[in-house]
Design a protein around this ligand. Structure first.
Ligand SMILES: [Mn+2]
Length: 445
């Protein structure tokens, strides 16, 4: 079996987040809520794929974070009763007839005994039950737009807008615990090994979808799934940032860029590797690859506890801007290339950010720059972020004028980084990125 090598390299899968840790999260949440408040956390809606076929449902990350509950229609409500905080979960009751069609349900008793919650109420009773609970409460926390029924209940009781609980929960989620890091390390390992299997199998003439099937098959084989739609872009397709048609034949002499990651107990990994389809970089490809790798290593080095969020983007940008000038791709000064606020000429070829937080969401909550009204974040031990600079010279782009030898080259290199007191830890280190390693691996099966 193709994935045995991955299975044995992975070792034991870490346990899912336990109830004591979720109880601690609930208590941390309570401690940030004013007296006389109720906080409502709903699940994500399901979406129609086609007629009566639904997209696979994925739980809401906040609901999962606080309760571990995933079943659709679940709503958690945090409220005070006789001075104590309680977590009340609205769930669908057992219904054998329905369950024979749509699957088993824990029901009210099952939810109470199997999840870290204090009370369960039938979802069918939510309108009356929740309205009563909200009546006269001063501070109601709720995220609008996920559960229409709950939105209606909240709107009918409140005279003003509910308070967004994300301001509190995002601060909690941005710092990862030891058990969260273990899960993220495993997700990083699985994705790293999956990328390696794709490199081994890669041959000219194969389809981009073959690479996708190897990687996503590896995820599924290990009881995981993609954390975002996989990108497999060969040749010019690599220069389109969110390309995911993955339906071209991979041509001899081209590069292929693969951006794919998986999810373990909801925690994401996010890896990009770029390699030559025939296993050997051309001089031009090698030159661009080496420059992006140099920028990526500088970005990782800038991931020091105490540094501002923007330090890593500044680091990658400076390397790329200088490199573009040295290669004659940009004919300007270093200052002109960078611009006043890193918005200069180099942005024609590196048009995205250097990284993002990673966690229960692939573009995780907490936002590094935090908008205009807040200072940017300071890197703190326990944060996990990606470092993913790239350079893109689309031959199809009419807006750029470059030497044809660079046309059709798109390179991005992305790793997942844990901030620690003693420096950055590369969670995705098992995925090779040095040129010699890549050339030895590609097509070696
Ligand atoms: Mn990413």
């Amino acid at each position: 079996m193709m994935y045995e090598r991955v299975t044995s390299a992975l070792g034991n899968r870490p346990k899912e987040i336990g109830h004591p840790e979720m109880r601690k999260r609930q208590h941390d949440f309570y401690s940030e809520l004013p007296t006389d408040s109720v906080a409502i956390i709903t699940n994500n809606p399901s979406g129609i794929r086609s007629a009566d076929v639904q997209h696979r449902h994925r739980f809401n990350s906040y609901l999962h974070y606080l309760t571990g509950w995933s079943e659709e229609d679940g709503v958690a409500v945090f409220h005070q009763s006789a001075g104590d905080w309680k977590c009340r979960l609205y769930v669908r009751p057992r219904d054998v007839k329905m369950e024979t069609w749509t699957g088993r349900r824990p029901g009210l008793e099952g939810a109470l005994s199997g999840w870290p919650v204090d009370e369960t109420v039938s979802r069918g009773d939510i309108t009356d039950n929740l309205s009563k609970l909200l009546d006269g409460v001063e501070n109601v926390y709720h995220i609008h737009g996920l559960d229409g029924n709950v939105d209606e209940i909240v709107d009918s009781v409140l005279h003003e807008k509910p308070i967004d609980p994300r301001a509190i929960l995002d601060e909690m989620r941005v710092l990862k615990s030891g058990s969260e890091v273990e899960l993220m390390q495993y997700a990083a390992d699985l994705a790293a090994y999956a990328h390696v299997e794709a490199m081994r199998e890669c041959k000219s003439g194969m389809g981009e979808w073959h690479m996708q099937s190897i990687i996503e098959g590896c995820f599924l084989f290990h009881e995981s799934e993609w954390s975002y739609p996989s990108i497999v872009g060969s040749g010019d397709n690599a220069t389109i940032l969110h390309y995911n048609e993955n339906n071209d034949i991979m041509k001899d002499g081209d590069l292929v860029l693969i951006d794919a990651g998986c999810e373990i107990d909801g925690y994401a990994s996010d890896i990009t590797r770029t390699f030559p389809i025939n296993g050997k970089f051309t001089d031009a490809q090698r030159t661009i690859y080496e420059l992006v790798l140099k920028a990526q290593l500088a970005g990782i080095e800038a991931c020091q506890a105490g540094s501002p969020w923007s330090a890593m983007h500044d680091a990658t940008s400076r390397v790329l801007a200088q490199g573009l000038i040295d290669l004659g791709i940009l004919d300007c000064t270093f200052e002109e290339s960078l611009g006043d606020d890193f918005d200069g000429l180099y942005r024609q070829f590196f048009m995205h950010g250097t990284g993002h937080f990673l966690g229960l969401d692939v573009h995780d909550v907490g936002g590094g720059r935090q908008g205009d009204d807040k200072p940017e974040r300071v890197l703190t031990p326990g944060m996990v972020l990606t470092i993913e600079p790239g350079l893109y010279f689309g031959a199809w782009r009419e807006d750029i004028d470059i030497n044809p030898k660079w046309a059709g080259i798109g390179v991005r290199i992305e790793d997942d980084i844990l901030i620690t007191e003693s420096g950055p830890v590369v969670l995705t280190a098992k995925c090779p990125k040095e040129i010699t390693e890549i050339e030895a691996l590609v097509g070696s099966n």
